[in-house]
Design a binder for this molecule. Structure first.
Ligand code: HEM
Length: 265
């Protein structure tokens, strides 16, 4: 089964590299190049692993796909095809049945510090983006209105996306490396779903920001309904992140079905 998946992933990587490379008007040329090279490497590794014995490649493939999920998330800035690749990488990782070592006391604290810092940073970025959305919607001065949306675009790519990645990677480490697990406790699973849902929703929000930044370059143009939608979306993101904080501290809901099974109950 895992060899068939490797074959499917190798074929997908060839198609994705080609689609990304040939896209004529990619908004972020750096991520277009990264996506093309990334999928070319993925194709070589996937097909190459079929030639070697399973045990020799299992570890390499687990590490590769775990790192390739966040990498493909960045390739989304160049094309939508990486959504499929991210899903395939998750399925392959699960099929390879990875076992994670428990974190020691100091490394758990270090990773938890990074995780809390990343999550809190993300919350701050989302508050700043909500403020910019309100400013863009309400400012009378056309220059201020346009600057608000231009800043939002920069915040989105330079701050929000790295914050999502950093929070999810550190969140995955403190989940897999501790008895909490990723799917064993309802509060962790709920946070994971929130953290996954936000970037999916952000693909819409990102296109609204680009549209508004373009539209408001004309001083006579108003943000209109898209401006209101964007403010609503930013308010929703901010609320969801606060819910993640509450879940983290109160840890409600107990164990999931998988958590009960793992505990032998
Ligand atoms: C992929 C998503 C996430 C996962 C899998 C995750 C997982 C975890 C786990 C397992 C812990 C406990 C670690 C330990 O006890 O060593 C934790 C702690 C924490 N997380 Fe997350 N988290 C995620 C997203 C977030 C987000 C989005 C925020 C905030 C906006 C956040 C804020 C916190 C805080 C404040 C703690 C410390 C709680 C405490 O020590 O009492 N996490 N997280």
């Amino acid at each position: 089964m895992h060899r068939n998946l490797q074959l499917v992933f190798g074929a997908f990587a060839v198609v994705a590299a080609t689609l990304i490379a040939l896209r004529p008007d990619a908004p972020h040329p750096l991520f277009q190049a990264a996506g093309t090279i990334g999928y070319a490497i993925a194709a070589v590794l996937s097909f190459g692993s079929l030639l070697a014995p399973r045990d020799a490649t299992r570890r390499i493939l687990i590490v590769f796909h775990l790192l390739f999920v966040p990498a493909q998330f960045l390739f989304l800035l160049a094309h939508q095809a990486p959504w499929i690749g991210m899903a395939l990488s998750v399925v392959i990782t699960a099929a390879l049945r990875p076992r994670f070592p428990r974190l020691g006391r100091t490394s758990r604290k270090t990773w938890l510090t990074l995780h809390v810092g990343a999550g809190v940073g993300w919350l701050g970025v989302s508050l700043a983006m909500l403020a910019l959305a309100v400013m863009g919607m309400t400012a009378d001065d056309p220059q201020a209105r346009h600057s608000a949306y231009a800043f939002m675009g920069t915040f989105n790519v330079a701050l929000a996306i790295p914050s999502v990645l950093f929070t999810m990677v550190t969140g995955a480490v403190v989940s897999f490396g501790t008895p909490w697990g990723l799917v064993r406790h309802r509060w962790v699973l709920a946070k994971f779903v929130i953290a996954l849902a936000l970037p999916v929703l952000a693909t819409l929000e990102g296109s609204w920001i680009d549209l508004l930044a373009e539209r408001t370059a004309d001083p006579a143009a108003a943000p209109g309904g898209t401006g209101t939608l964007l403010t609503g979306a930013m308010a929703l993101f901010f609320t969801l992140l606060w819910i993640a904080v509450v879940l983290s501290v109160f840890k409600p809901g107990g164990r999931t079905r998988w958590g009960l099974r793992a505990a032998g109950r």
